[in-house]
Write a protein of this length. Structure first.
Length: 66
């Protein structure tokens, strides 16, 4: 079973480990590639800050891992 992306991972960690995640983040209107906070901000923190449902974001991100 592949590793799963979790809400506690930082945006940077997700993008570094799964480069294809950038497209998923862009789909959710998250410009994480150029954001300074991406290195320290967790997916959950970013989702909350942008008014996104973390469960929906994780589902879309984990679809690239499967």
């Amino acid at each position: 079973m592949a590793d799963m992306i979790t809400k506690d991972m930082t945006f940077f960690e997700v993008m570094r480990t799964y480069p294809e995640a950038v497209k998923v983040l862009q789909k959710h209107h998250l410009g994480c590639v150029g954001c300074m906070g991406a290195q320290n901000e967790s997916l959950e923190q970013g989702a909350n800050a942008h008014g996104l449902d973390i469960d929906v974001l994780l589902k879309d991100l984990n679809a690239i891992v499967e």
